[in-house]
Design a protein around this ligand. Sequence first.
Ligand SMILES: Nc1nc2c(ncn2[C@@H]2O[C@H](COP(=O)(O)OP(=O)(O)O)[C@@H](O)[C@H]2O)c(=O)[nH]1
Ligand SMILES: [Mg+2]
Length: 294
Amino acid sequence: MEKKHKAGFVNIVGNPNVGKSTLMNALVGEQLSIITSKAQTTRHRIMGIVNGDDFQIVYSDTPGIVNPHYKLHESMMGFVDSALQDADMFLLVTEVGESLKNQDILRKIINSEVPIILVINKIDTSDQETILKKMEYWQNQIPRAIIIPASATEKFNVDKIFDQILALLPENPPYFPKDELTDKSMRFFVSEIVREKILMYYQKEIPYSTEVAVESYKEEDGIDKISVMIYTERESQKAIIIGHEGKSLKKVGTEARKDIEEFTGKKCFLQLHVKVLKDWRNSENALRRFGYEN
Ligand SMILES: Nc1nc2c(ncn2[C@@H]2O[C@H](COP(=O)(O)OP(=O)(O)O)[C@@H](O)[C@H]2O)c(=O)[nH]1
Ligand SMILES: [Mg+2]
C-alpha cells in the first residue's frame, strides 16, 4: 500500500528580533533569510521548502510585528496577514525575556484553528529556572500550544521542533515541485544580501530608509554580472552610503560579493549604484516596483 503524502504551510511569526529568520534558516539548512541584530531586517514573506519522500514542509519567514508608520510597514504587515490566512500551523517564536503583548496579530494566531508550536528562543542566554517558569507562563497563556524551548543559533532543540512539525503535518499532495528550495529568485537573494551589509555597516535611520533592487543580472560562462541599485530617501543619506572616496560603498560591495559567490557557487562581478528616490517608503508606486504587493 502506498504511504500517504503530507504537506503544509508552517508559518513563522512573532515580534521583531526574536530569531524567526535564524530559526527558519536552521530548519531549512540554508541561509535564505538575512539575519542582523536590528529590528525590521525581514521585510518580505520568504518561503523555505524542506522535502522528504513522503512530506513537504513549506516554511514562511515573515517580518516581525510592528505598528505601521509607513506604507512600507503596512505592506510588511500585509505579508504577516497573508501568513495568518494560509497557515497549516504556526511557529510562534518568542524569546525568553518576552511576555504576551496585546497585539491584534498575536490574538488572531491564538484564536485561530490551526496548531501552534510556541518556541521560546534564545534559551542559551538564560537559566533552567527562568526557562521552566516561562514554559509554564506560556502554557497558561495559550493552553493549546505546544511549547518548545530552543536556541536557533546553537541549534538546540531544532530537531525537536522539526519532529513536532512532522507529527502535525496534514495529509496533502506537495504544493511545490519537490526540487524547489524557495519561492524567491536569485535576484531577490542578491538584493537581500546587499541589504544585509547595509544593515550591518550603517547606523541609525540609514538602513531603514534604504531599499535595494537588482537592475540587471547576466549569467555568463563562469561568472554572473550583476548590477544593483541602492535607493535612499535623501541626498544626505546617499552621501553616507557612498562614504568618503566611495570607501563605504566599496566595503558593502566586497562583502556582498563574497556572500553572493558562496550562495551561487559561482564568480560574481557586482556593481553598486546609489540613487535618491524621495519618500519611497510612502510611495505606492515605488513599493509596488520593489515587490511589496500583497
Ligand atoms: N543568543 C541568541 N541569539 C539569537 C538566537 N536566535 C537569534 N538570535 C539573534 O537575534 C538577532 C535577531 O535574529 P533574527 O533571526 O534576525 O530575528 P527576527 O527578526 O525574528 O527574524 C540576531 O542578532 C540573531 O543572531 C538564539 O537562539 N540565541
Ligand atoms: Mg527576520
